[in-house]
Design a protein around this ligand. Structure first.
Ligand SMILES: Cc1ncc(COP(=O)(O)O)c(C=O)c1O
Length: 386
């Protein structure tokens, strides 16, 4: 059987993590921390199960958790959202994106995604029967090019998949980007999915511009967040989507037949954790900025280019000084020769391109980052000598 995604294989993240284990390489590929989560969160999960919260949670999410999220949104953005009608708990950000896409895209509809983009966007659109139109981010610096977006719009366009801070580009959209996006959709029947999983990871004193802070965009957007990122626990699989009541109703119609409801004890634990740490997320920028700077400083003399990283928990490595623009091949060499697993950028593009970048995850213990830098420096030295 051909299936609905015939050319799609196992994602590069899964493949790289598996091969890193097999080869005993340092894994700076897939985006997950290698350090322990807060033991208090572990204790709260255990307490929630002991307290008997082990049956189905409410479909739209535990009320106590949605209230805590509303308080968190107020603390972050000074805005009030109705936990009842505007906040839905999802299985990570991935489910929020998938369910929102299914809610708005039908056969023949078009969605705009950028190139590069997080890899789940396009399959979600295609599984809904739609077509994903990819608009390149402008080089240098992977900037949103709103004129190109305008040129890609037509009467079939239903959705724009926006992401900031951006994975894998490590860029942060500004207020002017939000304004341009709002103007583009103002007179059209288009909604936005805004992937904001790295909302707290913006460096160098910059700030995250959420679509929720832009009234015209907030009225037309599904804003997507993840406790996996905010609590350093990507295995939690608890995320949420904030959207106006009409969009939330449509999202929940899909969500109830997709995942139905999210782990009940984990929702209790996260709600209790937020009650104890209402400002959780506030220290993430400085925490990850220190890691970014540590890795950049350690690679300073390597000969690899280090494009600016304004946010997210990644750093791009530009290897153009050492090898031809073939990121798949260079990632393979880094894995087998330097014993460092990275993620090539091609899988984030609609059509693989000759690219000079691989992506490194900085959400690692300092000693992992130091060892990775030592291996990358030694490899660069061998390449220079060759
Ligand atoms: C940009 C972006 N969106 C969504 C996700 C998925 O988030 P979750 O693990 O909560 O499903 C990730 C995970 O790496 C991501 O980087």
């Amino acid at each position: 059987m051909a299936g609905k995604l015939p050319e799609v294989g196992t994602t590069i993240f899964t493949v790289m993590s598996r091969r890193a284990r097999e080869l005993d390489a340092l894994n700076l590929g897939q985006g997950f921390p290698d350090y322990d989560i807060d033991p208090r969160l572990t204790a709260l999960v255990s307490a929630a199960m002991s307290a008997g919260h082990n049956q189905y949670a409410p479909m739209e999410g535990l009320p106590a958790l949605r209230e805590r999220i509303a308080a968190k949104l107020h603390a972050s953005y000074g805005l009030n959202f109705d936990p009842q009608d505007e906040i839905t708990i999802t299985l990570g950000a991935t489910e929020a994106i998938f369910s929102a896409v299914q809610a708005v895209i039908g056969a023949g509809d078009e969605a705009i995604a950028f190139d590069p983009a997080y890899d789940s966007y396009e399959p979600a659109v295609r599984l809904a029967g739609g077509r994903c139109v990819r608009v390149p981010l402008a080089q240098p610096g992977f900037r949103y090019d709103w004129e190109r977006v305008r040129a890609a719009l037509n009467e079939r366009t239903r959705l724009i998949l926006f992401n900031s801070p951006h994975n894998p580009a490590c860029t942060v959209a500004g207020a002017a980007d939000l304004e341009a996006l709002a103007q583009l959709i103002a007179a059209r029947d288009i909604v936005v999915i805004s992937d904001e999983v790295y909302e707290h990871v913006v460096f160098d004193g910059g700030r995250h511009h959420s679509v929720l802070t832009h009234p015209q965009l907030a009225a037309r957007s599904f804003a997507v967040f993840s406790f996996g990122k905010t609590l350093h626990a990507t295995g939690l699989r608890v995320g949420y989507c904030v959207a106006p009541p009409a969009l939330t109703r449509e999202l929940r119609k899909v969500h109830q037949f997709n995942t139905f409801s999210i782990s009940h004890p984990l929702q209790h634990a996260v709600a209790a954790y937020l009650a104890e740490h209402p400002d959780c997320g506030a220290d993430l920028a400085s925490f990850f900025q220190a890691k970014r700077d540590r890795l950049r400083n350690a690679l300073d003399a390597s000969g690899f280019g280090l494009p600016p990283a304004q946010g997210t928990y990644f750093q791009l490595l530009d290897f153009s000084r050492f090898a031809p623009r073939d990121d798949m091949q260079f990632a393979e060499r880094l894995l087998t020769e330097a014993r460092v697993a990275t993620i090539p950028l091609s899988p984030f593009y609609a059509v693989p391109q000759p690219l000079p970048f691989v992506r490194l995850c900085i959400a690692k213990q300092d000693r992992t980052l130091d060892e990775a830098a030592a291996r990358l420096n030694a490899f660069a030295q061998r390449l220079r000598a060759a």
